[in-house]
Structures are given as C-alpha cells and as structure tokens.
Design a protein around this ligand. Structure first.
Ligand code: MRU
Length: 375
C-alpha cells in the first residue's frame, strides 16, 4: 500500500481494547493510560498488587473501565486460589475483593462489579470450586459486553438531544478509554460522527492529570472529530461566544437525588452552563447510579497526592516547597445544575429521585426479558 503523507504505521488508538482478559496467561491486559498519547504500551497484570496499583495510579481509569478491570482482575485472582473447599476459597476471594475495592473510593463501578462477582460465588456455592471459577469467568465477560451495549444506548439517547453542527463541550475523559467502546459522554459524538453530524467539540484539558488533553482530545482527534482543546478556565469564554450548544460529561457516582460526582472541575462547568443557558447532560450507565447514596453529601471524594498539582508535567517543581495543597479528584454537581441524566434506559429529568426510579423499573423489566418499548 502506498504511504501517504501523515500516515504512520502506528495503529489508531481507537483500534485498541481498553481492558481485556487473557485467560491462557491468567492476565488482565490494559493500555497504560498514564503514558498516552506519547506511548501506547499494553501491560499484563497478574497479581493483586499489580491490579490494585494499575487502578490507583490511573493506568486503567474511568468508572466503567475500572469496573471491567476489577471483574477480570478478581476472576484472575480467584483462579489462583488453590483449593477445592468452598469456604476456604470464598474466604480468600473476599479478602482479594476487599483489597481491590480499596484502590479508589469514588467510582461506584468498582464495588458494583466486585459485588456482582461476589454474588456469583454466593449463588453457586453448591457447585465445585472449579465450576464457580468458570461462572466467574462468564460473569466478567458479560460485564464487559454489557458495557459496550450500555455505551451504545447512551450514545443513541444522547444523540437525540443535539443536532448536526452543534458545539459540544466535555470535561475529563468519559471516552472509549474510560469504557470498553464508545465512551459515555463521547458516545453521542461518535455515533453522530458516523452519521455525518459534524460536531465541533471543545475539550477541557482537566487539571491536574490532564485526562481531557491527553486522552479525550487524542481519541476524538484520532477519530476525525473536529476538536479544540481548551484550558479548564475557558468554559465561560467559549459559552459566552455562543460556541457551545450542549455539555456532555461522564460520572463516577450518581446519588439517588441526581447529585453527581465526576472529575474535579465538572461542577464549575455546570454552573457556567447554567449561567449561559447551555444544557448540561450527565451520561450515566445505571452501574454508576448508586441508589444507596442519598445525596452528593454522602459521596466519598478521593484525595490524591499533592505532587500531582505541584510537580507532575513540569520539568522542575513549580510550586513553592512546603506549600499546602488541596487535591480532590472529583467534585459533586448539584442536581439542580443538571438538565438531564442520560442512561442506557432513557433520559431522566428532574425530579431525579422519581425519574431515576423509573429508569431502574425499565432496567428491571428489561432484565426480566420484557421489551422496554412496551412499558
Ligand atoms: O480519575 P479518573 O480519570 O478515573 O476520572 C474519570 C472521570 O471522572 C470520568 O468522567 C468518569 O469516570 C466517567 S468515565 C465514562
């Protein structure tokens, strides 16, 4: 094939799997996202410590991808438990599960996926340990497959909220790299792109770890979407210019009343969007909606090391030695700043306590095999 200008031999980032299981090798396989976009390195994780570190250090990140990684991770660790006795097996399983669950506190997908895997053990305790391991494998694969379907559905519902040529702003990375395909907040953009919608997308760089600049801008640009990178303090400027018709963001945990935790800075964008009458949409798989958490006040916000603010990305330390640093990884956007929550079962609007309850009714009906369209 003739090599054209601008063509490289490097595979497009969109062709990689974010999270994979290599069952033969007993490994969780991920792209090390801390190295993107400069270097695409695929790493294999086999021990509990390697998996925990990969989640904590954001080598794999984004709520849905963390959930899938945890599901494959706990399966790999379960396979290593060398006993035929259920009680001995389960005791060790729970120990490993709790360890993985301690890697990051805010994204509920981590505990959600681990609890699904736990249920498999409890439901099948009459089976042999070897059979339980097979069931765990199947469940982890379902969690990944469901994620792809969920993102596609969020994309379809999200796309119904915008029109061709619209300007869209997004924060952090709720893209393919944060999920198994399409992303959540980027799913409407990718589906629109396939239909020739010609969106103009603005991406916040997302201090301090730059997921917007390093990951979202990279993904969208690699997909041929028209994308403009902006600093986190520029959302008001682009909205004032009338360039933004909608904001789409992801989330790490949605409380029962619609309050939403997402990457630090999200609530600022929501407040600015309200000021400029721009609709603010949260794209939320139901796996990220935690009905056991009443309001945003009850969401545990992860605090990260000060060095992420004072040193990372700079040739030499930028901030004065000894300076006090506040570095929460997430913030809560109050539900009254959110226009709608886009889920795989439809679009929920205020009052969210009721509309999210309806979404779960549809989910339950769907899971019982009924058609959601006949409700
Ligand atoms: O700290 P991160 O990079 O894991 O934070 C990611 C986000 O805040 C995403 O917006 C969220 O997890 C949704 S991903 C579909």
């Amino acid at each position: 094939m003739e090599k054209r200008e601008g063509m490289t031999d490097k595979k497009n980032i969109m062709e990689y799997e974010t999270v994979e299981l290599n069952d033969e090798e007993g490994a969780l396989v991920i792209i090390d996202q801390t190295l993107l976009p400069g270097k695409t390195e695929i790493i294999r994780l086999k021990t509990a410590e390697e998996i925990w570190d990969a989640i904590y250090l954001l080598k794999v990140r984004g709520a849905p991808a963390i959930g899938v990684a945890a599901a494959f991770g706990i399966y790999i660790l379960a396979k290593q438990i060398d006993t035929d006795d259920y009680n001995t097996f389960y005791k060790e399983f729970v120990k490993q599960k709790e360890y993985l669950n301690s890697a990051r506190p805010t994204a509920v997908n981590l505990s959600w996926a681990l609890n699904r895997m736990d249920e498999v053990c409890k439901r099948n305790k009459e089976l042999s340990v070897a059979q339980i391991k097979e069931k765990l494998r199947a469940e982890s694969i379902s969690i990944k497959e469901e994620d792809i379907w969920v993102c596609k559905m969020i994309g379809e519902y999200g796309l119904s909220l915008v029109k061709p040529g619209d300007g869209i702003l997004t924060h952090c990375n709720a893209g393919q790299l944060a999920t198994c395909k399409y992303g959540t907040a980027t799913a409407p953009i990718y589906l629109g792109q396939e239909k020739g919608y010609q969106f103009r997308v603005f991406v916040d760089e997302t201090r301090p770890l730059l997921q917007g600049a390093r990951l979202t801008a990279y993904e969208l640009h690699s997909s041929g979407v028209e994308v403009t990178l902006i600093c986190d303090n520029m959302s008001a400027a682009v909205m004032r210019n009338g360039w933004i018709n909608a904001v789409f963001v992801g989330c790490d945990r949605v409380a029962a009343n619609g309050d939403t935790a997402n990457k630090i800075g999200t609530s600022v964008v929501a407040a600015v969007a309200k000021r400029f009458h721009v609709p603010f949409y949260v794209c939320a798989p139901t796996s990220t909606i935690d009905r056991n958490t009443k309001t945003g006040e009850d969401i545990c916000i992860e605090q990260r090391p000060a060095e992420e603010v004072t040193e990372m990305w700079y040739k030499e330390r930028l901030a004065p030695d000894g300076i006090k640093v506040f570095n929460p990884a997430f913030d809560v956007t109050d539900h009254d700043l959110i226009t709608a929550i886009v889920t795989e079962y439809g679009v929920a609007r205020a009052p969210f306590t009721e509309s999210l309850r309806e979404i779960f009714k549809k989910k339950n009906a769907y899971e019982k095999g009924k058609s959601i369209w006949n409700l």
